[in-house]
Write a protein that binds this ligand. Structure first.
Ligand code: GLP
Length: 244
């Protein structure tokens, strides 16, 4: 779906998420969301917060699992995705504490494999992801599944690409400060979500979007794996669509 701008697109995505939350509320069921960080989803979260404040949208039945976290990373660091999610969404709505999870960037390396397995098990125990929100890296990464990630990749510790670290350098105040690793939900559990929406704004995403949508399914552009999903929509603005 191509929108004139990211604001119109984000409003439509927030409405879909809000409708799903309300539908699950009527059925007395939890709404299990897979959430993303980066700049792209910020406008979606802002619209959800507005709906909470002005329309009484409640998040009491929402259970959420974020895609990724830098490693190592303390949750209260200003650079952490924990902090990002609290500031953009969780602290601004009525989601119960304990209902939202992110990978833990503080555990010892020796425990990451077990932590990753347990993270996926928690998603399964919650009934699976009803809705997965995604951004896309300039190199096609989803979550932090960098190029080279396989379609059956599980949740794991991954070494970040140079281009990914370079893109984050400004935020961190220099390349040297950007962590070299992250824990990311794998491609396989992402593809297990019942519904997936990927967001992309601006010209700098145009060529990777073209590859993901019109190119071959390839580990060189992990977002292309989404072509194998039965219920996925790329919600993009005109500039990100300019090479389609
Ligand atoms: C980071 C995140 C990704 C995100 C990507 C793009 O690498 N881990 O989940 O999709 O950045 O970010 P942005 O939306 O700021 O372009």
């Amino acid at each position: 779906h191509i929108y004139a701008d990211s604001k119109a697109a984000s409003t439509a995505v927030a409405r879909e998420i809000a409708d799903l939350i309300r539908e699950k509320q009527k059925e007395n069921k939890p709404c299990v969301l897979g959430l993303a960080t980066g700049s792209s989803p910020k406008t979606v979260y802002a619209e959800l917060v507005r709906m909470h404040r002005e329309e009484g949208l409640s998040f009491r039945n929402v259970v959420s699992f974020n895609l990724d976290e830098y490693y190592p990373m303390e949750p209260d660091s200003i650079y952490s995705y924990h902090r990002f999610m609290k500031e953009q969404l969780f602290d601004l709505v009525d989601i119960p504490e304990g209902n939202y999870l992110l990978p833990d960037g503080t555990i010892p390396v020796s425990q990451i494999q077990e932590h990753s397995r347990a993270y996926e098990a928690k998603i399964a125990a919650a009934g699976g992801l009803d809705f997965q929100l995604l951004g896309i890296g300039g190199n096609g990464h989803v979550g932090f599944n960098e190029p080279g990630s396989l379609i059956n990749a599980r949740t794991r510790l991954i070494a970040l690409d140079h281009s990914t670290r370079a893109a984050a350098a400004m935020e961190f105040g220099g390349l040297a400060q950007v962590p070299r690793k992250a824990i990311t939900l794998g491609i396989a559990p992402i593809l297990n979500a019942k519904r997936i929406v990927l967001l992309a704004w601006g010209e700098r995403k145009a060529s990777v979007i073209r590859g993901a949508v019109e190119g071959p399914v390839t580990e060189r552009n992990p977002a292309s794996y989404l072509q194998a999903h039965p219920n996925v929509t790329f919600v993009i603005d005109e500039r990100a669509a300019s090479e389609l």
